[in-house]
Design a protein around this ligand. Structure first.
Ligand code: GLU
Length: 328
């Protein structure tokens, strides 16, 4: 993925904004998740838009109703509400199955038998999001080879992206914070997974189907997913949806540059709710990190709506450092 100044894009503005929360309930929300949720909510509300709640629980690890309940309770406590949902991805498998079938019927998918070890051993260059670029090892398998290999191992399913020389594999889009983006799918990600060999549908597929089916027009999330957006834009078009507009927001990191994670127990919502007692100082601290409040100001979610701007976020595209529970 590279920034480019060669092309001028303007973000589509003609669709009413529908944003979404798409949390994975694999643990309690931490400060970094709260920041992304706040920005997604402010971006939608400041544009007069609606919010959809979708629980991303495809993976066994995230199928935890108690975590999902706490997550929604924490968002309500923060004053970040939604108009539709919750939807649970674990209840939408038929839709994902149908989408894979539609792509397969057009000859766009193939079974892949590569093991994790084989993928690593192929020492492919890494894509912008840290995942490997698949080299197409299983692309040309004959029906007989597929039959033989299936005996010992169930295959994963990959979607075939256009060859590097094919202009339809060049994806360009405008990120509301990071500006114009372009990616040649064959070079920057390769044929990607739609379904894993254990039968679990891949994040890329589920997110595209859901955003399409739910009429989501604006996806606001952490910068770590910027590298997925070209794939999602392309897949969305393949499935007949109009891709959403993307806006990525800075990540919250520890002083050593490591991303905050659910392991940072001191920054999870249980602790934060106790420490702050009231959502205003917590939300204001997050908003101040991207220049939407002055230090000392205390604003609730609704009062922050008018402070939101993509310009403010673009000006803070670097990670936000958190030390001792405070944003620097
Ligand atoms: N469920 C993903 C996460 O919690 C977010 C997916 C998305 O926003 O597209 O990291």
């Amino acid at each position: 993925m590279e920034n480019t100044t060669q092309h001028e894009f303007t973000p589509p503005t003609d669709r009413p904004v529908v944003g979404r929360f798409a949390p994975s309930p694999s643990g309690r929300m931490h400060l970094g998740n709260v920041f992304s949720c706040l920005m997604a909510w402010l971006a939608a509300r400041s544009a007069g838009g609606r919010m959809v709640m979708r629980i991303e629980d495809l993976d066994q690890r995230s199928q935890n109703p108690e975590n999902a309940r706490l997550l929604m309770d924490d968002l309500r406590w923060l004053g970040l509400d939604w108009d539709e949902g919750p939807y649970y991805q674990s209840e939408r498998l038929e839709l994902y199955r149908d989408a894979v079938e539609r792509l397969s019927n057009r000859g766009l998918t193939y079974p892949c038998f590569c093991t994790r070890a084989e993928l690593h051993a192929a020492s492919a260059p890494h894509a912008s999001d840290g995942t490997y670029i698949y080299q197409g090892t299983c692309k040309g398998l004959s029906a007989e080879q597929v039959r033989q290999k299936s005996v010992s191992r169930p295959p994963a399913t990959r979607v075939m992206v256009p060859e590097a020389s094919d202009p339809t594999g060049l994806v360009e889009f405008y990120d509301l914070a990071y500006g114009p983006q372009r990616e040649v799918l064959a070079n920057d990600c390769g044929d990607f997974l739609l379904r894993r060999s254990d039968g679990v549908f891949a994040y890329q597929l589920a997110v595209v189907v859901d955003d399409g089916e739910m009429g989501v027009t604006q996806v606001v999330r952490g910068r770590d997913l910027l590298g997925s957006s070209a794939r999602q834009t392309w897949l969305s078009r393949q499935l007949g949806y109009e891709p959403p507009t993307f806006g990525h927001v800075p990540l919250l990191v520890a002083p050593d540059g490591r991303r905050l994670s659910k392991r940072d127990q001191d920054l999870h919502m249980g602790v934060l709710r106790e420490r702050f007692g009231n959502p205003k100082p917590l939300l204001s601290m997050l908003a101040a990190a991207v220049g939407m409040t002055e230090s000392g100001e205390e604003k609730g979610a609704n009062e922050l709506v008018e402070r939101f701007s993509w310009e403010a976020l673009s000006a803070h595209e670097n990670d936000v450092v958190v030390a001792n529970g405070t944003l620097l």
